[in-house]
Design a binder for this molecule. Structure first.
Ligand code: FAD
Ligand code: NAG
Ligand code: NAG
Length: 366
């Protein structure tokens, strides 16, 4: 197959778009990344990826979905390979939950290291807990690294806000396959607007600290708290989960509550015995690109141009409409980093299938 026939456009330069692009570029696909926000825009609240913790710690909602567990398993292995270069760091973690079910039946105990059940005296009153060794990345640093790896392979980035599916298929000189990794953008991009996409607002406080222990306290669902150390002598303190909340402003009262809860979890984050001794670097708000039910990862056949922005438009009589494929990869919500390599692997498989089918058709015609 000639290179020209296997060109791919990836929409979105968050961790999902970038990781998928890297998996494809490493396999030799010529591709372009088209996105409104690029990895160097680490202050942009218009995408989620700069704002993540970002550690690997499964959520309750995913435990019942073997497909998501497989993505997470794959990602853990791939991120572990980046520990020696300092892109990921080993993270001793404690996790507290209100009940057994919330600990996820420990499906991941053979994925992480040194998994053990904590005694009641090691947990907040009334809570259950486990300890294990996992990992984290420094989100803005990590996505810039992904972009650098792509550039080294000759991949170009185009900063552009796409309004519709058609524009994606027309870019990069015209392609037959588009990867849709638009996160929350999937809600409004013309063509197949997805009403199930919704934000989960997360407010955090980034602090300077030598603490390298991670604590995730979900034992009181109305008062979640976590400390996620990351490479660079920093930690992300959270958190909040505001489903459907698009507000990008920092709530100062919530910031104070977050610091108080985190100080209680691990007083070593302060140099004094109060929250005033915590070295705050900045306050952040990010919107997790979630999707009611589950993320969307599948291939869809579409007709382009679709004239989706104008339902009354008719294609000019002489215009050739053709079939294209969109591989949707969005809606990963609070866990984009920890599923990223597993998602990228499946995206790659879907892309391979698409081009194999196309090749088969072409061969049949000859
Ligand atoms: C406070 C907080 C804490 C988190 N903690 C963790 C954690 O510990 N572990 C973890 O795994 N995850 C965590 N996450 C979640 C993680 O950040 C997200 O799941 C992940 O970043 C989603 O990546 P994405 O690539 O799907 O979307 P995004 O990062 O939102 O990227 C979307 C991309 O699509 C582009 N785009 C959208 N619409 C268009 C358009 N019309 N035209 C062109 N481009 C478009 C955007 O510009 C951007 O480039 C956290 C998130 C928050 C907010
Ligand atoms: C990506 O998916 C979303 C949700 O289905 C949709 O709104 C958008 O049009 C899609 N974009 C492309 C280019 O297929
Ligand atoms: C957004 O949050 C800020 C800070 O909490 C608050 O002052 C403001 O009123 C909120 N805006 C909306 C539209 O709710």
């Amino acid at each position: 197959m000639s290179n020209k026939d296997s060109k791919v456009v990836v929409i979105g330069a968050g961790v999902i778009g970038l990781t998928s692009a890297l998996a494809l570029a490493r396999q030799g696909y010529p591709l372009r990344v088209v996105a409104r926000d690029l990895p160097e825009d680490s202050d942009s609240q218009a995408f989620a990826s700069p704002w993540a913790g970002a550690n690997w710690c499964p959520f309750r909602s995913e435990a019942t979905d073997p497909r998501i567990c497989a993505w997470e398993r794959e990602t853990f292995a791939r991120l572990s390979e980046l520990i020696p270069e300092g892109l990921a760091m080993k993270l001793p973690a404690r996790r507290f939950a209100p009940d057994e079910a919330d600990l996820l039946g420990s499906w991941y105990q053979d994925v992480v290291h040194s998994y053990r059940i904590l005694t009641p005296s090691e947990c907040p009153k009334g809570a259950l807990g486990v300890a294990f060794e996992t990992l984290s990345v420094n989100a803005p640093v990590y996505i810039r690294w992904l972009a650098d790896e792509l550039r080294k392979l000759g991949v170009e980035f185009e900063r552009r806000t796409l309004l519709s599916l058609d524009q994606a298929f027309e870019s990069f000189g015209g392609v037959s396959l588009v990867i849709n990794a638009t996160g929350l953008g999937a809600k409004s991009l013309g063509g197949v607007e997805d009403p199930l996409v919704e934000p989960i607002r997360g407010q955090t406080v980034l602090i300077k600290t030598d603490v390298t222990d991670c604590t995730m306290d979900g034992s009181n669902p109305s008062a979640p708290a976590y400390i996620i150390p990351r490479p660079g002598g920093e930690a992300v303190c959270g958190g909040s989960y505001g489903t459907g909340d698009w507000n990008l402003s920092v709530d100062p009262a919530l910031a104070k509550t977050i610091l108080e809860r985190c100080f209680k979890l691990d007083p070593r984050i302060s140099s004094t015995n109060s929250i005033s001794g915590i070295k705050v670097l900045r306050h952040n708000v990010g919107l997790r690109p979630s999707r009611v039910g589950h993320p969307r990862l599948e291939a869809e056949r579409v007709i382009v141009p679709s004239y989706s922005l104008n339902p009354h438009a008719r294609p000019p009589a002489d215009e050739k409409r053709r079939v294209g494929t969109v591989v949707h990869a969005y809606g990963v919500g609070p866990a984009g980093y920890q599923v990223s390599w597993g998602v990228a692997k499946e995206v790659k498989e879907l892309v391979n299938e698409h081009f194999a089918k196309q090749e088969g058709k072409r061969a049949a015609k000859l």
